[in-house]
Design a protein around this ligand. Structure first.
Ligand code: A3P
Length: 289
């Protein structure tokens, strides 16, 4: 773990894609009021929402999502991670036309203050902590940027003690909870999107002011199905595609958590998150019991 991660302001990050220099440069990043930000803790379904956003952007630009030669790429790099890259990246971003799209796994307090000052629209995606931990464990063992774990128990211990990349999910939730009443922030859960993708896509489009015909809506819904994304994963994500699109469901945690681990997480959730608005949105009793 020590070789693959570094600590910045008390949070671990993967050293192969992040750096303290870039984080320092990010502090003075000047957000534009028409920037668009997708915020999600790792393994919450970030790439799913990136797909939906990329297609909605294409529609708002009068292009057909995924159509050859329409100029809209299939790749998630269209929505790059704000905190991933070299320190000069922010200078380069000043030259990009509006609107700029970016994703982030950062706690809100580690985002550049201009994002909040300029009331940038933020789509916050959250997922139930037991499935997040499960997904994170499998992903850590599948990709080189994260440490791999011999046992699930080892990963669980790290997940519960802020020793995984991008910090502690419970802290993440309680920090973001302080912001979610702002009009420029929309929150969506992985589980509600899983239950009703069409409604989720409609709500997201409405939040960004993108009008959708029924046909366009159906296209975005179809292209964001797990099956369809998994099928194209090599084209869109390269070799990590097959690892990233793993199961795409809810309650897979039941295959990993011991009774003791269940109790531990339930207790922490109860103490730190359950009473908050975000905590209630997660419907913990439905998805984590
Ligand atoms: P699992 O590991 O539980 O399968 P992220 O993109 O933030 O890394 O999150 C990855 C998780 O989102 C994985 O969860 C992945 O399968 C799931 N996911 C990706 N696309 C999805 C889709 N279209 N529908 C449902 N889940 C999806």
């Amino acid at each position: 773990r020590d070789e693959l991660m570094f600590s910045y302001k008390g949070i671990l990050y993967p050293i192969t894609i992040c750096s303290a220099e870039a984080f320092k440069a990010l502090e003075s990043f000047e957000a534009r009021s028409d920037d668009v930000i997708l915020a999600a803790y790792p393994k919450s379904g970030t790439n799913w929402l990136r797909r939906i956003l990329i297609d909605l952007i294409a529609i708002s630009q009068k292009k057909t999502p995924g159509e050859e030669g329409s100029g809209n790429a299939e790749k998630p790099e269209e929505i790059p991670y704000l905190e991933v890259g070299d320190p000069e990246k922010y200078e380069r971003m000043t030259k990009l036309p509006s609107p700029r799209f970016m994703a982030t796994h950062l706690y809100p307090e580690n985002l550049p203050t201009s994002i909040f000052r300029n009331k940038v629209k933020i789509l916050l995606l959250i997922r139930n902590p037991k499935d997040v931990a499960t997904s994170f464990f499998h992903f850590s063992n599948g990709v080189a940027i994260f440490p791999s774990y011999e046992t699930w128990d080892d990963f669980f211990t790290d997940f519960m003690s802020k020793k995984v990349a991008w910090g502690c999910y419970f802290e993440y939730l309680s920090e973001w909870n302080k912001h979610i009443d702002k009009e420029n922030i929309m929150t969506i859960t992985y589980e509600e999107l899983k239950e009703n993708r069409a409604l989720g896509v409609k709500n997201i489009a409405a939040f960004f002011g993108i009008p959708l015909t029924e046909e366009e809506l159906q296209l975005v819904v179809e292209r964001s199905s797990f099956r369809s994304m998994k099928k194209k994963s090599e084209k869109t994500h390269g070799t990590i595609g097959s690892i990233l699109f793993r199961k795409g469901g809810v309650r897979d945690w039941k295959n990993l958590f011991s009774e003791d681990q269940n109790e531990k997480m339930d207790k922490v959730f109860e103490e730190q998150v359950a009473g908050t608005k975000l905590g209630k949105m997660l419907k913990y009793d439905v998805y984590c019991k």
